[in-house]
Design a protein around this ligand. Structure first.
Ligand code: NAP
Ligand code: ZN
Length: 349
């Protein structure tokens, strides 16, 4: 049995559970989980804010740990290696998306690290709020950061790649003015990565208390988006805006800040839809609103290696698993700078 924490219904707090992990098959890597980040998607899923949650639901897809066993066909990993697992544990591996290293857009739908279809008990995958996990070797990442940074590396596996992938796809770099909206787990990584890629970065926050803190993350400017004068000062000036907000909100306030041909990419998946965007604001400057889903495995490795080389990690608050429900409540109130990470050793207590 593996100790875990999960939700049994959408209305009840997360509780201690015993779950089963399969014996590693020929291509599997068994991992003792050291740390797991707490993504807002975990909260959406556990609390039934998205349709289709399967219970019991053990969330967690920002996993780092050490290899405890490998299958007979595994050559890329050995016992003792430091590794990561993100949002995916499998995909069809033969469609055109998978062939291009875009497993997140797999034609059959990728298998999520939790709430995904599996032959393992109880018929859906269970995530990283647990002591251990068994994953196909193609979905295991190598972690080369120093050991003392491991807890702060965990959020790179979702928050890092979900912001890295659109920044790279829309070719963010020097000479560009880039906005990041919502300075939470994803957004604070978006600021760090856009800054590291050489862009002029403007952080948009609803929280006055994050004004100074966002500058420390690498933002060149900070705008409190509740203040219309501050917003208007940036009209028609952005090449690219990455919107990470986890709640329904007025998108027009941000599209108005894009230059001609500018793009705002949405990565937040709110419980309720955004109000319909103003078509005129898109047509008159040929602006685009786009979306982006996590990132592929090769791209995730590229991001981890880039962050290791540049010394980039998340800013975290390390928590005991027994404090997870309070952490969910605080994340719901945007009261975390900027990512909770579970110390999975506290599952043993
Ligand atoms: P988070 O840590 O809670 O951060 C979201 C931030 O949005 C908050 O810190 C807050 O920033 C801002 N915000 C929250 N409520 C708001 C409101 N009502 N109006 C305006 N701003 C608000 O969440 P996260 O873990 O970064 O995740 C963000 C979203 O991305 C979630 O919906 C999550 O499910 C989704 N997600 C998507 C992908 C993908 O592949 N597309 C991957 C991972 C997560 P300020 O305090 O600065 O305003
Ligand atoms: Zn996530």
């Amino acid at each position: 049995m593996t100790k875990a924490f999960g939700a049994v219904t959408e209305h009840t707090p997360l509780v201690a559970l015993d779950i089963e992990r399969r014996e590693p098959g020929a291509h599997d890597v068994a991992i003792d989980i050291a740390y797991c980040g707490v993504c807002h998607s975990d909260l959406h899923q556990a609390r039934g804010e998205w349709a289709g949650t399967l219970y019991p639901c053990v969330p967690g897809h920002e996993i780092v740990g050490r290899v405890s066993a490998v299958g007979s066909e595994v050559t890329a990993f050995k016992v003792g290696d430091t590794v990561g697992v993100g949002c995916m544990v499998d995909s069809c591996q033969h469609c055109s998306a998978c062939d291009e290293g875009l497993e997140q857009y797999c034609d059959d739908g990728f298998i999520g690290t939790y709430n995904g279809a599996t032959a393992d008990a109880p018929g859906h995958t269970q995530g990283g709020y647990s002591q251990a996990i068994v994953v196909n070797d193609k979905f295991v990442l190598k972690v080369s950061h120093p050991a003392e940074q491991l807890a702060a590396v965990a959020p790179l596996l979702c928050a890092g790649i979900t912001t890295w992938s659109p920044l790279r796809h829309w070719k963010v770099g020097p000479g560009q003015k880039v906005g990041v909206v919502g300075i939470g787990g994803l957004g604070h990584m978006g600021v760090k990565l856009a800054h590291a890629l050489g862009a002029h970065v403007v952080a948009f926050t609803t929280s006055d208390s994050k004004r100074e803190a966002a500058l420390a993350l690498g933002a060149d400017e900070v705008v409190v988006s509740r203040n219309p004068d501050e917003m208007n000062a940036h009209a028609n000036s952005f090449d690219f805006i990455l919107n990470t907000v986890a709640a329904s909100h007025d998108l027009d306030a941000f599209t108005a800040l894009l230059k001609r041909d500018g793009t705002m990419t949405l990565v937040g998946v709110p419980e309720r839809p955004h109000p319909s965007p103003n078509v005129g604001a898109l047509i008159f400057r040929r602006r685009t609103i786009a979306g982006s889903l996590i990132g592929g495995i090769a791209e995730t490795q590229e991001m981890l290696d880039f962050c290791a080389e540049k010394g980039i990690v998340a800013d975290i608050e390390l928590i005991d698993i027994h404090d997870i429900n309070e952490a969910f409540d605080r994340m719901q109130r945007s009261d975390v700078k900027y990512r909770f990470v579970i110390d999975n050793a506290t599952l043993n207590a």
